[in-house]
Design a protein around this ligand. Structure first.
Ligand code: GAP
Length: 454
């Protein structure tokens, strides 16, 4: 397990900036508080996380379908869902420095920054408001969605009618959500614009507890399969007082982030709250007809709701490692190959024309399969370290001998082991390695040695 001491948030933030994973939003204008831009490597990591989730939740199952609903929705949705009324945090303001705080985050009764007196708490709604159309009046107010879930509930009948799915079945969605959080921070952990990966799983009332437990296990395993250390994950049950207005039960999957245990994903049993609310408010029938029991009922909903950005942060923290490297430190992101932004780096040993020609051919060939980078700047050792730091699982090194024997070296990030394989076998070998096959299973004609040896 990676020792927590090694992974402080500053190191993660600095690596993300330095190597182009994540930048502060609007940086040349001084930044925009708690909004973040994903750079060339960050965007790949994020896409890979979403792809892994979509594969596990939608493509590899036959009981869940996908959806992509609009961010702006009818304002009555947010009245029915309880967000207009209740999606608020208690806010206090310092009478001296005018900084604002969530009163339930404060330990004392004075301003943590200047010690000034605080106002009485008042409820502050976290939804961002805007106007639809050219007239800025109350009748044209719309909200940026604070969760993707409502887009799913209001499409329940559409999906049911068009897919002919029967219970139990789910609808999954990945998309942006916005919350005007009072307290932000811890890098991308809590921001005002973020992405969610949500599943709403519709079940027959009475089977909800069983499905709730099923999803707890399923979601916990998803993180572990993608390389998160088991000991850095825990399930935390919400107390009665803590439960959201819609939830009958809820657990958080917490991750041991550098700042301590914090929520990575929430799994809630929402009962029939949402469909009952939307049926009442829209006047539309959102019943389900069960052709086995010949009954009409409103399904219960089990909701695993994960954050893309929090997942990215957890994967980065868990993958971060350092080890001594002669006088220096080797920084390694031990990311699961399916999450690594770049799968293979093609490295010609020199910039001589003949070598470059072969290296470019190999690069062009591998790019047909994966995100591959080409690097011919500085010593080979430095290039390996650069790839280690961004989590590239494999490097393919082309040297002068490659011109003679038509073989190249594959170098592995985690062990620094190297194997020599025929160019004709390179794609197939990398494919196997990326899918987790043992590096020491060699193709015909291959050989193994340690980095630094002959
Ligand atoms: N539909 C249920 C729902 O939205 P939530 O616990 O408020 O539940 C689900 O949010 C997940 O969304 C969280 O576990 C977290 O990963 C992510 N999330 C929520 N607020 C966030 C924020 N301000 N910044 C980043 N991620 C956030």
């Amino acid at each position: 397990m990676v020792e927590r001491a090694k992974v402080d948030m500053e190191k993660i933030v600095s690596l993300c900036r330095r190597r182009g994973f994540i930048f502060p939003s609007s940086e040349i204008y001084g930044g925009l508080s708690s909004c973040w831009d994903y750079g060339p490597l960050g965007v790949e990591l994020k896409r890979n996380i979403k792809q892994a989730w979509w594969r596990a939740v939608v493509q590899e199952r036959d009981d869940i379908v996908g959806l992509d609903t609009s961010i702006l929705m009818h304002p009555r949705i947010w009245e029915a869902s309880g967000h207009v009324q209740g999606f608020s945090d208690p806010l206090v303001e310092c009478k001296s420095c005018h900084l604002r705080w969530r009163s339930d985050d404060l330990e004392g009764s004075s301003c943590p920054t200047c010690g000034g007196e605080l106002t009485e708490p008042h409820l502050f709604n976290l939804m961002f408001k805007t106007f639809m159309g050219p007239v800025e009046e109350a009748a044209s107010v719309v909200y940026l969605r604070p969760e993707t879930a409502q887009g799913i509930f209001v499409n329940f009948q559409n999906v049911l009618n068009t897919t002919r799915k029967r219970l139990p079945f789910g609808i999954a969605q990945i998309g942006k959500a916005f919350r005007n959080e009072i307290t932000t921070g811890n890098f991308i952990f809590r921001s005002r614009e973020f992405e969610q990966m949500e599943t709403e799983f519709f079940v027959k009332p009475g089977t909800d507890e069983e499905w709730f437990n099923y999803w707890l296990e399923e979601r916990l395993n998803w993180y572990v399969k993608l390389g998160i250390t088991k000991e850095n994950l825990r399930l935390r049950q919400h107390s009665k007082e803590e439960l959201a207005h819609y939830a009958r039960a809820c657990y958080d999957i917490d991750y041991l982030f550098p700042m301590g245990w914090s929520e990575l994903e929430g799994i809630a049993n929402r009962g029939d709250f949402d469909l009952v609310q939307h049926a009442g408010s829209s006047g539309k029938n959102l019943d389900y007809y069960d052709d086995e029991s010949k009954e009409h009922y409103i399904p219960y909903i089990i909701e695993p709701s994960a954050g893309v950005d929090r997942s990215a942060l957890a994967f980065l923290c868990d993958a971060y490692d350092e080890e001594p490297d002669q006088e220096e430190i080797r920084v390694i992101l031990r990311l699961h190959p399916s999450l690594a932004p770049i799968k293979v780096a093609v490295l010609p040993l020199s910039r001589r024309e003949k070598l470059v020609k072969l290296a470019k051919q190999i690069y062009a060939d591998l790019r047909q399969c994966w995100m591959v980078s080409y690097d011919d700047a500085q010593s080979i050792g430095r290039r390996y370290r650069r790839q280690d730091e961004i989590g590239t699982p494999f490097c393919a090194t082309i040297d002068f001998q490659s011109l003679e024997d038509e073989q190249v070296t594959i170098r592995e990030r985690d062990t620094m082991n190297q194997i020599r394989v025929p160019i004709a076998e390179l794609r197939r070998t990398l494919q196997a390695k990326l899918e987790g096959e043992d590096l020491f299973v060699l193709p015909p004609g291959g050989k193994i040695w340690k980095e630094g040896e002959g």
